[in-house]
Design a protein around this ligand. Structure first.
Ligand code: GRG
Length: 297
């Protein structure tokens, strides 16, 4: 099962790389920030969010190659968030995906600008008629991505996380869940929702897919905490044990590793149960749910 999902993710990576390379080449100026942006999106990564967009759309028999542009847009936002998160003023990381972080490879100003450029490019891609023929759909996709990335989504979650780190009060379980939902969950939920919008999901289907996405989103964060606490630096391609060093409240510090693992498994079980209405078409998304807690990076 694991091999199957890994090879499907690998195929997505290949396709996304091609699309992103073309789109970034079209930016038509061989400048430092263009090169830095290419570096930020081409340096590995599991392509989970693009995969979720495409596999959700496949539940509705959407196999149009233009879906890759939509999937690429969300990856641009994800990659920008990692570049900015690694900056000295945020997480101050030297390694990402096994390579020096973008501000180490270039410099801080270039990394900030490349992140800004990728965020803006995501909306350019979604608003472009090459991406979807229906302007109402394009507007809906822009709105979903804006909501997930902005003040009430990833940016807001990052702010709360930074504030929590600099305060002496340790977060409780509900507070951690809220922050992680904003910081990481919203973009994962957005990937599924975007796939469902393109697929023309009805309200019942949309609700089940949203439940699936919130469960895998939370499980993803629990497993990220587990990987930070127990994982291997080389396999992860970034520094580990950072939460411990910062004395940060996480799912693992609050629950212990065993209970955190149990929570992640329960969340994945609930996520998979939300897919029953899609019959045998649901297999890949179910396997992806398992992968989220079985991965080693
Ligand atoms: C800077 C606005 C702003 C937001 C940053 C996403 C985020 C918010 C910070 C990243 C910090 C972090 C390690 C969060 C844990 C969850 C996460 C997003 C991990 C990385 O995602 P993966 O595993 O990465 O999908 P790859 O490299 O596979 O693409």
């Amino acid at each position: 099962m694991m091999t199957k999902i890994l090879s499907a993710l690998y195929q997505t990576d290949k396709n996304i790389r091609k699309v992103l390379q073309n789109i970034l080449n079209e930016q038509n100026n061989v400048s430092r920030v263009q090169q830095a942006s290419i570096s930020a999106v081409m340096n590995g990564g599991k392509r989970l969010r693009p995969f979720l967009v495409m596999e959700t759309a496949k539940l509705f028999d959407i196999n149009d190659p233009r879906i890759l542009r939509i999937a690429s847009a969300i990856e641009c936002v994800h990659c920008y968030s990692l570049v900015h998160d690694d900056l000295p003023s945020m997480d101050n990381d030297d390694m990402r995906r096994g390579q020096p972080t973008l501000h180490k490879k270039y410099d801080e100003a270039t990394a900030i600008l490349a992140g800004d450029g990728l965020l803006t490019l995501a909306f350019e891609i979604l608003a472009d008629e090459k991406t979807h023929k229906d302007s109402d759909v394009r507007a809906k996709l822009c709105l979903e991505l804006a909501k997930a990335s902005g003040l009430n989504g990833m940016v807001g979650g990052q702010m709360c996380d930074l504030q929590a780190e600099s305060s002496n009060d340790l977060l409780n379980m509900q507070e951690i869940k809220n922050i992680q939902n904003l910081k990481t969950g919203k973009l994962i939920q957005c990937a599924v929702k975007i796939g469902a919008i393109v697929g023309g999901a009805n309200s019942k289907q949309m609700q089940c897919l949203e439940n699936y996405a919130s469960n895998i989103g939370l499980a993803f964060q629990v497993s990220d905490d587990l990987l930070d606490a127990l994982g291997d630096e080389i396999l992860m391609g970034k520094s580990v044990r950072k939460d411990d060093v910062k004395n940060k409240a996480t799912f693992v510090s609050l629950l212990g590793a065993d209970k955190a693992q149990e929570l992640a498994r329960d969340l994945i079980k609930s996520a998979k149960s939300e897919l029953e209405m899609f019959d045998e078409k649901n297999q890949t998304l179910k396997q992806l749910a398992d992968f989220i807690i079985d991965r080693d990076s």
